[in-house]
Ligand binder design. Structure first.
Ligand code: HEC
Length: 296
């Protein structure tokens, strides 16, 4: 239970995970429940130049605002090289091709040219011996169609932009330095495959960098350079439409926040100052900020 400065209180919930069943002993297994990332605007995020993301990084906090921001560097299984990570809750995928291949295998067990081995551990004999659908199970053509689909889902236009509460909330978003991580304006560079995504002015509200969000949100599961308490700033475009699109308003990596306000209250670590300032706001100003976020 927590309290706003005006005396009103709030309660947050967090998941507690246990695994039952006869699996034998788990050695060194990290469990990190995840809500799927939003699927909109991904092609635009892919088209942002690497230098533009790296300019936003401030690993030693030169500007002294308590916010650092670090790039994740991950393995590119196609180019066989280390590349900047930009997709996933811990920025552990370099592009949408690899993200899609990873999801085909890891989420639904379908092999691709990139990840052609079945996803069975050595002790899962039934899995090893079961019939599979060819190698790879999805053709490169069909795979590319899916990748292009994920690239081309549009971002919704902001709603109620003229509304006085939304305008007030826009200012509070900056005053609280939410915009220190959720960068409002960016411009894409050249997309290698889809010209329409190139040189676009966008408002993604992310820097695609990792931030230490404190022990409250930590899953203690490192991922490449991301530590157990670091997360990639998620884009905020479209968050006001979660209910319509997803049928729920469960925010944050594991969906623990039941609404946008709870998502804000969970922020810690580098975002501690923003949350402390949020708690000082009047109920009207908290409402204004939420109206702005819901307009995205
Ligand atoms: C230090 C960087 C940082 C600052 C400052 C920051 N955020 Fe975040 N924000 C994040 C990260 C990282 C996450 C994802 C954390 C997680 O899922 O565990 C996040 C998640 C969110 C989410 C949930 C998005 C989703 O898709 O689930 C909302 C809403 C949000 N932030 C709004 C705000 C607002 C409003 C402020 C200012 C009061 C703010 N943030 C300040 C980094 C930041």
């Amino acid at each position: 239970m927590g309290q706003f400065d005006d005396g009103s209180t709030y309660e947050l919930r967090e998941p507690s995970i246990s695994i039952n069943g006869n699996y034998g002993a788990f050695g060194g297994v990290n469990i990190s429940p995840r809500v799927a990332n939003q699927m909109i605007g991904l092609g635009l995020l892919e088209a942002i130049a690497e230098e533009d993301i790296l300019t936003l990084a401030d690993p030693t906090d030169q500007n002294n605002d308590g916010i650092t921001g670090r790039p994740n560097y991950v393995w590119d299984f196609k180019q066989l090289d280390r590349r900047l990570g930009r997709f996933g809750w811990k920025a552990n995928q370099p592009d949408l091709y690899q993200q899609t291949c990873g999801a085909f295998l890891g989420d639904i067990g379908i092999t691709t040219n990139l990840f052609s081995e079945q996803n069975c551990t050595s002790s899962q004999q039934d899995c090893q011996n079961s019939t599979h659908g060819g190698s790879p199970e999805i053709t490169e053509d069909n795979l590319i169609s899916v990748v292009n689909y994920t690239r081309s889902l549009a971002v919704p236009i902001q709603r109620n932009v003229e509304k006085i509460e939304v305008l007030a909330g826009t200012k509070i978003f900056k005053d609280l330095n939410c915009s220190g991580c959720h960068i409002p304006k960016m411009e894409t560079s050249i997309h290698p495959y889809v010209p329409a995504l190139s040189n676009q002015k966008i408002q993604p509200y992310t820097d695609l960098l990792l931030h230490d969000m404190g022990p409250g949100l930590a899953d203690n599961a490192p991922d490449y350079l991301a530590t157990g308490s670091e997360w990639r700033t998620p884009p905020l475009w479209g968050i006001g439409l979660f209910q319509i699109v997803n049928g729920h308003t469960n925010y944050l990596h594991d969906g623990r926040a039941r609404n946008i306000e709870e998502a804000i209250l969970w922020h810690g670590g580098e975002a501690e100052n923003s949350v402390e300032e949020y708690k000082k706001l009047s109920i009207d100003d908290r409402g204004n900020l939420l109206e702005f976020l819901n307009s995205l």
